[in-house]
Design a binder for this molecule. Sequence first.
Ligand SMILES: Nc1ncnc2c1ncn2[C@@H]1O[C@H](COP(=O)(O)OP(=O)(O)OP(=O)(O)O)[C@@H](O)[C@H]1O
Length: 606
Amino acid sequence: MSRMSRVARFLHRYENLRIARHMLTLSFRASPVVASVNIALILLLAGAAVFTSLAQRYLVDAAGRHAFGAVVVATALGVLAHAGSFALSHVQGEASQDLTVRVARELDHEILGLTARVPTVTHLEQPEFLDRLTALRRGTQALAKSVWRAALGAASLLGLAMSTVLLGGIHPALTLLVAFTVPTVWLAARGRAHYRTVLDARTQSERLERELHALCLRPEPAKELRIAGSAPMLDRRARAQWEETSHALVRARARAVSYEAAGWLVFVGALLAGLAFTLHLLTAGRASLGDLVLLLSLGVTLSSQISQVLFNLSQVADAGHVTRHYLWLHQYAETAGVRSGEGTAAPDRLAQGISLRQLSFAYPGAGAPVLQNIDLDLPAGSTLGLVGINGAGKSTLVKLLTGMYQPTSGEILVDGRPLTRLDPASWAGRCSGTLQDFAKLEFLARESVGTGDLKRIDDRSAVTEAVERAGATGLVEGLPEGLDTQLGTVFEGTELSHGQWQKIALARGLLRDRPLLLVLDEPTSALDPQAEHELFEQFITHARAAALATGAITILVSHRFSTVHMTDRIAVIDSGRLTELGTHAELLAAGGTYAELYTAQAEAYA
Ligand SMILES: Nc1ncnc2c1ncn2[C@@H]1O[C@H](COP(=O)(O)OP(=O)(O)OP(=O)(O)O)[C@@H](O)[C@H]1O
């Protein structure tokens, strides 16, 4: 093994210890009483099994000596130890489970927090990130219980050590029996490691299967699939994925079991040899009948202790495997650019504006750039219309400006300062508006709007104002309980039409009071023409008010040219390049793409 990989393994082991300490801290934070009781029970259980074996030996020896009183005492102690360990292990199991559930919930929060801390959304579209996240969330229980499994494993090892001392008491050679537990443990660990590798390799397939089933179950895609009659095909695909995964896992499990069985064969062989040896000692008068019973009892105890060690170690190793993903996520969140709470705060108001310098962008994993060498100045307080055919790159540009992605090359300057140096949370907190693929948040209507600016979620008058700006007053008044109506059918609420949902999303996007950047990406795509026209006038009024208050810039993406011409300037994006820029009149006069598209649309409407 190279020096480097030895160092890496050492560090990883050290990290495992750090995580074990973290799990212990979380357990004590969850419940100091249950955690302390759990530790005490584990220590008690460690000695109980060996105590039972000892009581059996005294019982047989006392019977041999016809000492009735000793027989009664040994029997009572044996029964007490056995019953005690049975009851205590039950209580210990419950305590451990209770802590596991609580710590796993804490871990889930931690994982979501780490995921949200990454400033862009790039990771949410990366298969490697999603695979690791799936494996991690699948393994939070294993991680949560790892520290208790390690303690139980250590207790079983302590029990093994005590058994060794007792075996040595019969004859020193019998202590060798314990050495035969090593191949058993080693072979079982190898089998389990193989199983884990196969499980990890199937993570993407597991995600695909889940997604295919979700498509058939979520109301929106399900309707489309039903009309197209394609649900059975998706189900077949999901089933094929599942079968492939389950075959791979069954094969891996079979291999793991055969390894473990081979290990047990070695141990059983050694135990039989030990029994033959003790019989020989008995016939030679060098061992008592009690010794033979003790060996038989220790044989059973040893095999149960090995099972315990194997089970606990395999659980710890499973958790160790999950730890790799946990550390990877930590590392990812640490190194993914400036994090929330760091960097310079966004300015209170824009003085100069936003500038794009030689901005290019390619989605991670996609070869061709979506945006290329864009130079554009957006003066403070201005409005810009963004037009172009489908797939030209308009929404991508909006996402770059709001900080959801970082440019591949070139930069975005906010009042001359690179956007990458601003605190992402602070910048996000000053961007508002609505995206093309808006979310349908099935909360109370006021909450669904209020999530647009969490600090004002309980401010009814601010929410009502935003609803008015989005032209949704009539909609909200028509709801059974107005702003307090539960939206969506999933939680027994009122379902809205697609256009009504878009109005709620718009209200959410218009709630923030002092934005620096207002983006409206196809904000009225689902609305009727009359609502659309009224809304655009509202938008322009809102944009002017924001421009006065903070020098805010408004960007409006739309395929409807009749609305875009209300903006100060219009930019045409064609195959990721900025090809035209000017006022509506200038672009019409220039007779380029804009003029062509505008005329074609106007003629179509006429
Ligand atoms: N998350 C993504 N990952 C990879 N490629 C993407 C992603 N989103 C968009 N693209 C690609 O980027 C290109 C530009 O997409 P974008 O959504 O910016 O276009 P658009 O001009 O807004 O189109 P439309 O008018 O249809 O909304 C498209 O070719 C699309 O395939």
